[in-house]
Ligand binder design. Structure first.
Ligand code: AMP
Ligand code: ZN
Length: 113
């Protein structure tokens, strides 16, 4: 996808502070961290958001497999973490390439649910 910043990160055109990569997924530190650990987990293939994921597509399983590994790598598997996906306008999605935030490293306080 042209002019998509996360596609450019996934294909190496733009550098980031990468923490994990496999065939399907890349993960890197958020530029504007909201907690001591703030990592974005991104499919290498472009999906605008979760509405583009079809029923038999295993990309979400791949993403959660990566999250599992990253949690151990970052030593947040015992203390805990939050995974957030913003989808669309009311959720405040700003980058239109599906991504999952891993937020951790402090008590995360108020929750919506
Ligand atoms: P969202 O509001 O869920 O769309 O989140 C987009 C996130 O991407 C924000 O937390 C930004 O700080 C982050 N972000 C945007 N550009 C970059 C970049 N080049 N490298 C790392 N994080 C980025
Ligand atoms: Zn993209």
């Amino acid at each position: 996808m042209e002019d998509c910043i996360f596609c450019k990160i996934a294909n190496g055109e733009i550098g980031t502070d990468k923490v994990y990569e496999d065939e399907f997924v890349t993960a890197f530190r958020d530029l504007n961290p909201q907690a001591p650990v703030h990592i974005l987990v991104v499919p290498k293939k472009h999906y605008s958001n979760v509405l583009e994921v079809k029923e038999n597509d295993d990309i979400i399983a791949k993403i959660y497999g990566a999250i599992n590994k990253i949690a151990k790598q970052e030593n947040i598997d015992q203390s805990g973490f939050r995974v957030i996906n913003n989808c669309g306008k009311d959720a405040g999605q700003t980058v239109m390439h599906m991504h999952f935030h891993i937020i951790a490293g402090r008590a995360l306080g108020d929750k919506i649910v």
